[in-house]
Design a protein around this ligand. Structure first.
Ligand code: ZN
Length: 206
């Protein structure tokens, strides 16, 4: 299903939104040599077994890891949102590699990320990639999701999907709790299950 959704997200596909276009253009040509999307089982100590996916650098290449054991309980629109979320991580990793020549000898990826943010946005701008995402990408992600859903829905309808999976500490800096997100996620579910509210392109990727 990831493969099917991603195929629709690349150039010329109906899910090639402005955000997806701008991120993927940094990886041109979009092939496994520049951006690897690999299904694995999340067993490493630094991998959250409940996460749908994660992004890292493997052998100098930006790699999106898909958690295989979660593949069966995720819908195509959630796959789109997961890939969009990971592509933002991927874009950050690409910038660390290309613009800042990051390699393991220079320290951890998260240290490098904080240095990058400090240079581009000032000190104390953020504590993590997820906080950064909420500060600078939430509206853009919502717009992209609405565009992918054939312009059906509003930011409010999709907030629960967008915020699902963020850590408590990260939500906290936005004044949100896990309970708030659970309510928002419920709103998203009732919205998307109403007839006509889901772009048929997503039903085609099941
Ligand atoms: Zn993430």
């Amino acid at each position: 299903m990831y493969e099917c959704v991603f195929r629709e997200m690349v150039d010329g596909g109906p899910l090639h939104t402005k955000l997806i276009c701008s991120i993927l253009s940094g990886f041109e040509p979009v092939d496994a040599e520049h951006l690897l999307i690999a299904p694995i089982v999340f067993t490493a100590p630094n991998q959250n077994p409940d996460a749908y996916a994660g992004t890292t650098i493997v052998d100098g290449r930006v790699t999106i890891l898909i958690n295989q054991s979660k593949c069966n309980n995720i819908t195509p629109i959630e796959v789109f949102e997961t890939l969009q979320h990971e592509l933002i991580h991927a874009d950050i990793h690409r910038r660390l590699l290309r613009d800042y020549n990051w390699n393991e000898e220079l320290g951890s990826i998260s240290e490098a990320f904080l240095k990058m943010v400090e240079l581009e946005y000032g000190t104390q701008a953020t504590l993590s990639q997820h906080e950064f995402m909420l500060d600078y990408y939430l509206d853009i992600m919502a717009e992209s999701l609405i565009a992918a859903n054939n312009n059906i829905g509003s930011k409010e309808d999709f907030l629960g999907l967008l915020l699902n999976g963020f850590e408590e500490e990260v939500l906290d800096c936005k004044g949100l709790t896990l309970e708030d997100v659970a309510v928002l996620y419920g709103n998203y579910i009732s919205f998307i299950n109403q007839p006509g509210n889901l772009n048929s392109i997503f039903s085609g990727c099941n």
